[in-house]
Design a protein around this ligand. Structure first.
Ligand SMILES: [Zn+2]
Length: 136
C-alpha cells in the first residue's frame, strides 16, 4: 500500500488520510514514529486504508463534513478504522512481543482508550469500546 511521509506543516503525530481536491485518490500520510516499526506500520496502514474506503464511499465532501462537524460520525468513522487495527493486533504483537502480552493487554481496550483521548471526542472509553465492537 502506498503512503507518504507526513508534511512538516501538518502538526500530526498519527497517520492521516487526506483527499486533496486536486488528487484523484486519497493519500495516506504517516509520521516517522509509525513507519520505523514494521508492526506499527502495518496496523496504521490497515486503519488508514479503512479511511480511504470511507472517503470513496461517502465522497470527499460528505466524509470531510461528517468527520469535522459531527462527534457521532467521527466516532463511527474512527471506530470502524480502529476495528481494522484490532483485527491485526494479535498477529503483529505476537510476532513482536511474544504471546505473554496477548493475555495482559486487551487490544480493543488499547484502541478504545486511544479513540476516547486522542480525537477530541466527548465519549468515554467504554462508549468507544462499544463503537469499535460494532465493527468486529
Ligand atoms: Zn483514523
Amino acid at each position: 500500500m502506498k503512503w507518504y511521509p507526513i508534511p512538516k506543516w501538518i502538526p500530526f503525530k498519527r497517520g492521516i488520510t487526506l483527499w486533496w481536491p486536486w488528487r484523484r485518490e486519497p493519500r495516506i500520510y504517516l509520521p516517522k514514529s509509525r513507519t520505523s516499526d514494521p508492526g506499527r506500520l502495518e496496523r496504521t496502514l490497515d486503519h488508514e486504508a479503512v479511511h480511504c474506503i470511507q472517503w470513496r464511499l461517502l465522497g470527499r465532501v460528505r466524509f470531510a463534513w461528517r468527520y469535522l462537524t459531527s462527534q457521532k460520525h467521527r466516532l463511527e468513522l474512527e471506530a470502524e478504522a480502529f476495528a481494522a487495527s484490532v483485527r491485526w493486533w494479535p498477529i503483529g504483537t505476537l510476532l513482536k512481543l511474544g504471546p505473554g502480552l496477548l493475555g495482559r493487554v486487551p487490544p480493543i481496550h488499547y484502541y478504545a482508550h486511544a479513540l476516547s483521548k486522542g480525537y477530541r471526542l466527548k465519549y468515554g472509553v467504554s462508549e468507544c469500546r462499544e463503537a469499535i465492537q460494532r465493527y468486529l
